[in-house]
Design a protein around this ligand. Structure first.
Ligand SMILES: C[S@@+](CC[C@H](N)C(=O)[O-])C[C@H]1O[C@@H](n2cnc3c(N)ncnc32)[C@H](O)[C@@H]1O
Length: 346
């Protein structure tokens, strides 16, 4: 959705100090302020300082920031979390949000200083902040086991945050076997398998990643229904025997030409009547929102691969048409992240 009101000076302040706003959220999480106030709402600044091991000045700085941003609120002499934060704690989403904050801090921030240069050069200049020599983030992760572990823990949380949309919107009625292309640690195949008891899955990903997926799938007791296969999703032929191909958080990584190549491979692997399902964040066809997509694009423009972007809904329909698919269906998620499903039939 486009901005509905003109920019004000307060709005300009929020943009100018956007990184500082994130640091308030990050510090509140790292120092344990939000979990403390969830357990003990209404603590005074002195009590907060004692519990967190912070001196008076840093407590004042932190509470001024979190309160001005609406993350915390004053109540009499004490402080409480914003209602939204308490809801996130109570419904179990806060653990996920903690991973998202860590991802932003440790993976996105160091690379995003290269955003302007990435726009100038029309490529992911920020990749130079990641060790290794691969031309995309995923091929560099295996060179740094700690980073690989952090990436997949956080990627799992990004997917858990949004994949209720996939589970709700992807209609697997009549589907027998799904090929999850670039399926990561299997987080989506696991969620879909739990919701669709008759359906089997194959997770295709790079060799190091399928080992992580194998472990996760076993932990969920789903090894009999979810197979894993190491492959290069561009170079290798897709295994046969699947009547649905899923691209989850995958087509945001690549250029239009690369996406078309992947969709043509999916088309070739599917029987007539087979389905392709694409799930990821989408941007509006109008080109002016939503804000989540607009701001997350700093990451996509700077780090994952040379041409990553949160593409518009309509672009998927163009690629579907060019790859030979018909009967497109757009299914917006309707939640606070702009994740949606778009599917088509061979
Ligand atoms: C953004 S992650 C998405 C993972 C998963 N689909 C999800 O939604 O959580 C992209 C995945 O694509 C995989 N990938 C990237 N390039 C690949 C390639 N050439 N061959 C196989 N997998 C690849 C990465 O290893 C990574 O697991």
């Amino acid at each position: 959705m486009a901005r509905t009101s003109p920019l004000t000076t307060d709005g300009l302040v929020q943009i100018l100090f956007g990184s500082s706003a994130f640091q308030m959220l990050n510090a509140g999480r790292n120092l344990g302020l939000f979990s403390l106030l969830h357990r003990h709402p209404g603590l005074t600044p002195a009590e907060i300082g004692e519990e967190l091991g912070l001196a008076e000045r840093p407590v004042q700085i932190l509470l001024l920031g979190t309160t001005a941003l609406g993350l915390t609120e004053r109540q009499d002499d004490g402080y409480v979390n914003a209602g939204l934060l308490n809801c996130l704690f109570e419904d179990g989403t806060w653990d996920i949000v903690e991973d998202l904050i860590e991802y932003e801090e440790r993976i996105v921030r160091p690379a995003e200083v290269d955003f302007t240069q990435s726009l100038r050069e029309n490529t992911n200049v920020g990749l130079r902040r990641i060790k290794g020599s691969g031309t995309d983030l995923y091929h560099r992760l295996s060179a740094d086991p700690d980073l690989e572990q952090l990436f997949y823990r956080c990627m799992r949380s990004w997917s858990r945050l949004s994949n209720p949309v996939l589970v709700e919107k992807a209609d697997l009625t009549g589907v027998r076997r799904v090929l999850d292309v670039g399926g990561g640690d299997g987080v989506n195949a696991i969620a879909l398998a739990q919701a669709n008891p008759g359906v089997e899955f194959t997770v295709l990903d790079l060799p190091g990643t399928v080992e992580i997926a194998r472990r996760k799938i076993a932990e969920h007791g789903l090894s009999d229904r979810i197979a894993v296969r190491a492959a290069d999703i561009f170079a290798d032929t897709y295994p046969s025997g699947h009547d649905c191909v899923l691209f989850a958080n995958q087509l945001v990584i690549w250029s239009p030409q690369e996406n078309l190549r992947l969709l043509r491979k999916a088309h070739a692997a599917l029987p007539d009547g087979g389905r392709v399902v694409v799930f990821n964040a989408m941007s509006d066809d109008s080109g002016d929102g939503p804000l989540y997509a607009a701001l997350d694009n700093v990451y996509f423009a700077t780090l994952p691969a040379a041409s990553s972007a949160i593409h518009r809904w309509g672009q998927y329909e163009e690629w579907f048409a060019a790859a030979g698919f018909v009967k497109y269906e757009r299914l917006p998620g309707g939640r606070w992240t702009p994740h949606g499903v778009i599917s088509a039939v061979k």
